[in-house]
Design a protein around this ligand. Sequence first.
Ligand code: ADP
Length: 387
Amino acid sequence: MSLLVLNAGSSSLKFSLFAEQEDALLLRQHGRVEELLGESRLVATDAAGVRVEDRAFGAPLGHGGATALLLARFLDHDGIALRAVGHRVVHGGSHHAAPVRVDAAVLADLDALVPLAPLHQPHNLAPMREIAARHPGLPQVACFDTAFHRTQPDLAQRYALPERITARGVHRYGFHGLSYEFVARRLADVDAAASRGRTVVLHLGNGASMCAMAAGRSVATTMGFTALEGLPMGTRSGSIDPGIVLYLMAQGLDARAIEHMLYHESGLLGVSGVASDMRVLEASADPRAALAIDFYCYRISRELGSLAAALGGLDALVFTAGIGENSVRVREAVCRQAAWLGLGFDAAANRRHGPCLSLPGSRVRAWVIPTDEELMIAGHTRDLVPA
Ligand code: ADP
């Protein structure tokens, strides 16, 4: 039997097909339908990364059309026995603390959360609706980016706002939960003491956040009500004084213009004026590129102090996602700035990408653990849909 994982964004639908082999889940195919609203195109690679399909459609498929295309491709053409489809869903609200089987009531419930994540949630739900309509017998599972953080104490999930605003669901939800959950499980294999203790995981991709875990459970995280809070990211500002938004509104900018600036023109791109991509910044000779990297590492270090305080100390740091798994420079800067916490940094190991980045005997350990959100979703989907 196989499991299909779908991750729908605003303009692309990513997919991964896993085959069940005894207890293991093996990646068979990975790909995406891109330009969903333009000249759509399907690109797929096998587990070794070899391209197995590259097809242009010359017209927009939309989210529903792309979902129908993928299901027809696997079910009709490849004759695959699909056990279930797992979906990445950005928002599970305050009550979804675990993945759920999708039915009409769950779909309605998730639809009610659209105002909390208007840029992502509608896209996540479109493939579910398509499958429910065309293949009502095919089980579906929704896996949430917010769910992992529901173990946080009430204090960590609050803003200091009036109760009438809090009651409308304005809390800190946190994101990247599927990545943190995957890393928490892997950490148990490489550093059992840290996985039972106090760890800060740094998910540093185009989006970036950090999570404080006590015994593998989230107790605090840098992202909040939206995926805009916390660290500066590729093009997102991270935390800023909310007074800046009020100032810009008073100057005549409307909500859409401010939203565009905060989501798409800020962060590493905004500071550097060069690029949002860490590889490009690291290769650039422009002093503003170096400034952007320095600022990024400085903000990480400040948040690390805050999360270590929430944990009451620190046993390990874990780097993951594109920058965390690959950037020798960012890891070195962050680890050196964490010397005060008791981290003895091993520069040679860092150049080899670890996996252990700390010196023997270092009180705080540091690790590189590659994340795999799709595999996490496939595992949850299998667990919720009996064979
Ligand atoms: P997303 O959040 O879109 O999944 P990724 O986790 O793939 O993003 O991370 C993308 C980021 O990782 C980009 O800034 C990219 O430059 C960075 N990155 C990837 N490889 C390297 C590398 N070798 N050195 C530095 N940064 C890298």
